[in-house]
Write a protein that binds this ligand. Structure first.
Ligand code: EPU
Length: 335
């Protein structure tokens, strides 16, 4: 018989230990709907904004000792928090890890909580070439490194010189690019690794030419993606050839070809603009979004025998009544 693992709950003792140990701010009962770009998700018990890398280290060690579940939410741009919310602590690096500084003519050092678009803008201003590869990615530096976010032009890993992380035991380490086992959409390191800083490397370039490249990238994205409606970026990874790294199977194209654009589950809809985006067109819940994800996955599997992998991180728990209440039937796509 399987023995159920008791659900984590904050006791007064744990709260006090947390308050006494860390320097950064602790905020309780935070609705994640307000912190994710697709605007779904229940409350997190606690959001912690560490003051510096030492503070992250102290926290990681305490969480291990007291068995406090934790995660990081970054910009909340590639993240689905389920409707029952998150029991434990979510780390918010935006307030105290937001620095972006020029190291020399080709290097930029950025805190994990700095928006990646800020790095792109600074690279342009400082005439550093190559940032167009990550132009249009809405996340923070830490998130972009942790998931090796990318575009058709390239991945974050191609622009990294080194990263600083706090490992699962609380050790702060700076690692050179060649020692980071980056994979497609993954850092390739232990899941409890917190990226706290990254040094980017660019090529020396001409400011005007760089500005033009970035502008072209932005225009292309504005035309081909539903950027004005709440979304969480591409829902699925493309299928890549492991050797060449080339896209073998474009998720957006295949979902489009199956005629799924516009299909809705209540407030969640497969975008009419780009089929690999799910948009929140009303009061969507995480459940609506995830039901749509499952539906797309089934259709693609039936048609092509390929199981698409999601790009998103899904955290938290279902709302209490979700297991018993059946979902309403899918709404038909309007012709
Ligand atoms: N396509 C369709 N129908 C659609 C969408 C796309 O036919 O509804 C076709 C396009 O015409 C094109 C191909 O599919 O021939 C690929 O589409 P696109 O150029 O939009 O690129 P993508 O592979 O779908 C990738 C990244 C995006 C990034 C864009 C632009 C992944 C999974 N997605 O999209 O990243 O913005 O390139 O560079 O790698 C994200 O990761 O969240 C994301 C949005």
């Amino acid at each position: 018989m399987k023995i159920p693992i008791p659900k984590f709950a904050f006791t007064r003792e744990i709260k006090e230990a947390l308050r006494a140990s860390v320097k950064g701010e602790l905020t309780w009962d935070v609705p994640m709907k307000t912190r994710t770009t697709i605007r779904v998700g229940g409350p997190a018990d606690c959001v912690f904004a560490p003051a510096d890398a030492e503070d992250v280290s102290v926290f990681v060690q305490l969480a291990k000792k007291m068995r406090i579940p934790w995660d990081i939410f970054g910009a909340g741009s590639n993240l689905i928090v389920k409707d029952g919310g998150f029991r434990g602590v979510l780390l918010d690096l935006a307030p105290h890890f937001d620095g972006v500084e020029k190291v020399d003519d080709t290097h930029i050092k950025a805190g994990a909580g700095a928006p990646l678009p800020t790095v792109v803008v600074r690279a342009k201003e400082w005439a550093m070439d190559g940032a167009e590869k990550v132009c249009g990615i809405p996340g923070q530096v830490g998130g972009a490194v942790a998931m090796n976010a990318g575009t058709a032009e390239g991945d974050t890993s191609e622009l990294i010189a080194s990263i600083t992380v706090v490992d699962k035991n609380g050790k702060i380490k700076t690692i050179d690019r060649e020692d980071v086992p980056f994979e497609y959409r993954s850092l390739g390191m232990d899941k409890d690794t917190v990226v706290v800083e990254a040094t980017f490397v660019f090529k020396p370039g001409d400011a005007k030419a760089i500005a033009k490249k970035i502008e072209t990238s932005k225009t292309k994205r504005k035309e081909s993606q539903p950027l004005d409606i709440p979304n969480a970026g591409c829902a699925f990874k493309n299928v890549r050839d492991p050797k060449s790294g080339r896209t073998r199977f474009s998720a957006g194209k295949v979902i489009d070809e199956l005629g799924l654009k516009g299909v809705r589950v209540r407030g969640a809809q497969i975008s009419e603009v780009h089929a690999n985006f799910i948009v929140n067109v009303g009061e969507a819940t995480a459940r609506d979004v995830l039901t749509l994800v499952a539906l797309v996955r089934d259709k693609v599997k039936d048609a092509h025998g390929v199981v698409l992998e999601s790009e998103w991180r899904v955290i938290g728990e279902d709302a209490p009544d979700e297991k018993s209440s059946p979902l309403a039937p899918l709404e038909k796509k309007e012709e």
